[in-house]
Design a protein around this ligand. Structure first.
Ligand code: GLN
Length: 447
């Protein structure tokens, strides 16, 4: 059914870079055989999933939305996809994304534009736009994305689905193509909080192959899904409800806060004064890490290599000039500049210090509340092409999601209404380190 749905919708949506139909049917057959033999099947047995195309899948092309990895077929499987396979999930395809997960609209993909299922002229958000659109359009039941500065939560908000970025280190990054390693986290998309909670439970857990992986017990997250909020305290981040917010977003979020109160939560305002430095801090740290991580695409080890170079240097230069798109080049240049001798202290080191201050704002907030709430994004989905000429206005889309990555906290976006044009609005819930339980509890009760 999922493959049929994909067949019908893909000409309009283009959520998938590759549809792995043969692979999916073979996996499904294996599960049928297990059932026939009376063997145990996993919690996700038979569930069609979409996988963002920056997750390594053995024997299946993994492009990261980049020309430079056009013909790259990984020789190994990422930990998360391995875990999903073990749980019986069926991968139906690899989803579209902004090149190397750099973007907020999926327009930076070297291959195709993905449409927002609510309005085909609009973007699905990004960078995990393909995963969000595929789940919203029911091309698959759940999907995986990655979130460095908002790439799961912002597209979830634009497409009217649930998307969660877990605590940094909760989910193994082994096999996730690195963008900014100190910020990257893999997380689930679902149409309900329960689906997202189930998927999170299946992908989380310690992995010796990721040195930043946390050694913690993974609970069954479903136990936290309770209908009322008595005894919970919710903090509204004052700084997020001011200027620059769409009127309809402000109204929907205020209504959601009132509903949380009706459900029994105590609501208070909380100030995070350094929250607003998140965006400039991120745009030093993320490109710096990216410039180092992307040095490996040199035409020797992976994917694309420029034709007929005269010497080694020319081969490097032409491979990278032809293989990378404009946004990736912009970030490599910013990052290389910020890390260069003489500028390191002024930019990179300063950004790291501000990152600590942002984290301290959150720490102070979580002394008095269980969960913080704010809009996921200042606007609803914008039209394709609307922001491509102005990178800064595109960057502003992640104003409210980025601080969460800088602090390593869990964050979730879930639908909280529609704007006058019928486009979904997202509510963001933020928890303290490893307090996915609180985030999922509040999200479930609200939903
Ligand atoms: N939109 C942000 C960026 O362009 C975040 C991307 C992400 O989370 N991968 O970097």
């Amino acid at each position: 059914a999922a493959l049929d749905r994909i067949d019908t919708l893909e000409p309009h949506l283009k959520s998938f870079l590759s549809v792995t139909a043969d692979h999916a049917l073979a996996q499904a057959k294996q599960i049928d055989q297990k059932i026939a033999a009376g063997e145990e099947i996993g919690l996700l047995a038979g569930i069609p999933v979409g996988i963002k195309d920056n997750l390594s899948t053995k024997g299946i092309p993994t492009t990261c939305g980049s020309k430079i990895l056009e013909n790259f077929v990984p020789p190994y499987e990422s930990t998360v996809t391995q875990k999903l396979q073990a749980a019986g999930a069926i991968m139906v395809g690899k989803t579209n994304l902004d090149e190397f997960a750099m973007g907020s609209s999926t327009e930076n993909s070297a291959y195709q534009l993905t449409a927002n299922p609510w309005d085909l002229e609009r973007v699905p958000g990004g960078s995990s736009g393909g995963s969000a659109a595929a789940v919203a359009a029911e091309e698959c039941v759940v999907a995986l994305g990655s979130d460095t500065g908002g790439s799961i939560r912002q597209p979830a908000s634009f497409c009217g689905v649930v998307g969660m970025k877990p605590t940094y280190g909760l989910v193994s990054r082994y096999g996730l193509v690195a963008y900014a390693s100190s910020l990257d986290q893999i997380g689930p998309f679902g149409r309900t909080v329960e689906d997202a909670a189930i998927l999170l439970g299946e992908i989380a857990g310690y992995d010796p192959r990721d040195s930043t992986s946390l050694k913690v017990e993974i609970p069954d997250y479903r136990q936290f899904l309770k209908p009322d909020l008595k005894g919970k305290t919710v903090g509204v981040i004052t700084e997020t409800l001011g200027e620059g917010l769409d009127e309809s977003v402000a109204q929907a979020v205020q209504a959601a806060i009132a509903q949380l109160q009706d459900l029994g939560a105590a609501v208070q305002e909380i100030s995070c004064p350094r929250f607003r430095y998140g965006l400039p801090t991120y745009y030093i740290i993320a490109p710096s890490e990216a410039s180092a991580n992307l040095a490996r695409y040199d035409g020797v080890r992976y994917g694309y290599r420029a034709k007929n170079p005269e010497d080694l240097l020319q081969m490097y230069c032409e491979t990278r000039s032809q293989g990378f798109g404009a946004e990736v080049k912009r970030r490599i240049m910013i990052g290389t500049y910020a890390l260069s001798a003489g500028y390191y202290d002024a930019y990179y080191l300063k950004a790291q210090k501000v990152r600590t201050l942002i984290k301290q704002d959150f720490e102070r907030a979580f002394e008095s509340v269980d969960v913080l709430v704010c809009p996921t994004c200042p606007t609803t989905a914008f039209k394709a092409g609307e922001k491509t000429a102005d990178p800064l206005s595109m960057y502003l889309s992640d104003l409210m999601t980025i601080p969460v990555n800088l602090a390593g906290l869990p964050g979730l976006s879930l639908p909280c209404g529609f704007d006058p044009q019928g486009l979904p609005i997202g509510l963001q819930l933020i928890g303290d380190v490893l307090r996915e339980d609180n985030v999922l509890h509040v999200a479930y009760a609200y939903e």
